[in-house]
Design a protein around this ligand. Sequence first.
Ligand code: AKG
Ligand code: FE2
Length: 708
Amino acid sequence: MEPEIPESGDDDYDHDQSDPTPPPPQYCHTVAELEDEVNRVMIRNCKVDACVDLFLSRVWSCGDPEDKKTYYYANWNSDRTLQSVPEENLEYMTEELQRNLRRLVPGYLRDQNIDILKEEKVRKKLKQRWSGIAQGTHPKDRDIVPQSLVHTLADKQYRERAGPQLTSSDARDTSIETCRQLRRFIEGERAVASFACGGTIPITINTGLETGLKIPDSTSSPVSIFWRKGDESTAHKLVLPIDTYAPKSSTGTLQHLVTDCDPASFGRGDQDVIDPEYRKAGKIDANHFATSFHPADFGILENIGQVLLPSISSETDNQLQFRKIKAELYKLNVYSGPSGLFRKHVDTPRAPSQIGSLVVCLPSEFTGGRLTVEHQGQKVEFDWGENSSTMIQWAAFYSDCEHEIETITQGDRITLTYNLYVTEPVGGVIPSPTSIVDPKTLPMYGWVKDLLGQDDFMKEGGVLGIFCSHAYAHSSKIAEFQLPRALKGADLVLYAVFKSLGIDIEVLPVLEHAGRYITENPDLGLEGKSPRRRGYMSQYNYYEGGPLTNYLKKGYKPLVPDVSELLPSPSSTDQYEDIDRRWKTLMMTRQVRGMTETLRDAQHRNLPTNKDSFYYDIGAQIGTSRRAYEATDYGCEADLDDVVREVWPAYYLPGITWVTEPKHEQMAFSQIAYGNEASIGTRYSCAAILAVIPPSDQRRLSLEQVSS
Ligand SMILES: O=C(O)CCC(=O)C(=O)O
Ligand SMILES: [Fe+2]
């Protein structure tokens, strides 16, 4: 028999030592087994804890209010603490506990007839869970995190833990592409999210006395126009909308205005030309007319400023407070049926500080005449025909947007056009973001609506996380009031659009941990870290030899994972009573220490791992409210991680789909420690917009309601 000759491939391997791939180590368990075991233990523990928590919350509510204030009461002592519960209540509560445990964790209790409160493992649990219950009764502040957000993420995580991931890679690719596009809209050079906006102001006929005080208002009285033709010395007056009983407001007066107009020209090259094929309209120049309408009366200019200004200038300019938009009346135009129109064009800027145009359509009946505005492939339409006789309707857009007016088929479309400039700051009030601007007029509206209508986008529901693009005082005393009112640019647009589509949305602070806010995501190009601290932070703090490695490498059982739980205690017993929600929430907000690191380590050693394991997501710490910065000396020598629970109540929330990078961090809190060496440690936070996307079948219903 001939000796075997190694094949050339083996030969090559011997010589090529440049990238040696060591064989994976032989462990007692596979990584998949580790994940399964951790999931099994977590599910079981959380179910037990949810049952015990409900029992304890009932014990707490039976307690004497005076006792509860004392330190000793916060320390569990089975005999003493349970004495405060009336006997018949205790009997009912114990039965309930037993019933819940038997239902959720079959096999946990041994015998039917045993007094479960005497069982050692139950006693241990009661003691362990008591301090959390006692803490929850003095919550630091209002919890504004929508429960829908917590539930959506908890359900999502449960699905991922309970079964292998069902998401096909196709579905994942489309959602990555969607998130990339969303990121481009928000962060693109001159954000596509905010190139145009618009709104409506209904006309009310005031019969009572006018007050002198004009605060930004959302309705208008009829609008007067005064004009003169050529050198005439007297002015004519028209009141809109038409009311046939009022002489200044008749069809005849309207016709007079139309015939007094000159043909409107437009810029072609450096010439002003009149070409009815391209623009068929009448005009009156600003020095020949006056009107009772002024956009400043309605807060329109502030709103335009909030949407359009932020993305046209640098962040430093954006931090200038009270920067304002000034509107200069430019023309009155009339486009009349059956053939008035203005084809696609870009307006000629009148000064370097001009940033855009405002068109105000006065109440006068017409059909057709839709205005479309385009910018980087995105299109917004303003179709004013339908409400033309009862409303003032307006649109504002950047100077460099292409726009056109389709043919007016009937009636007269009478508009005032204004040039918009940025001016020096003077100060003023900021109306709330969605009161004047109509979200339907925002460029993102159609895109987001289509997205929510797609079945394969977040099919089972999820949460979109978008760090705010602009800086706000989110950790100051005014934060609670200021946000979302003071949102600007893309932030305002996203907030307004999602909200108007019936989506639960909130602006909340996200806490960093060693400079990291969220898991990095190379697919989206997200680093997830603070720009301030890039470079000197380590991602790994994993203890070789912990319960996870001992299970994986040495096969030690039972596996008792080391967990930390970041979940503010419920403010009412109801939330404890919904046990099935409660245990899933407990599970989500519990972090298994060292799990991410163990998986990364295994991956590094070429052991087979599930690349999509949700354990790679390090989650985010979301504050329960927008609270002011505070320095504390809680616990004197306490570690920063340990004081979070006390000074900065938060949720640990994995599974959020983050779309943008953390920005504009501010100090969240500081802990002054007086040890041998006095020190001060500070944790930072960034503001983020969190949108709860319901599962696609539920979305369809709410979208239908919005459209009708
Ligand atoms: O009336 C409009 O909707 C737009 C008018 C316009 O584009 C212009 O005057 O340049
Ligand atoms: Fe124009």
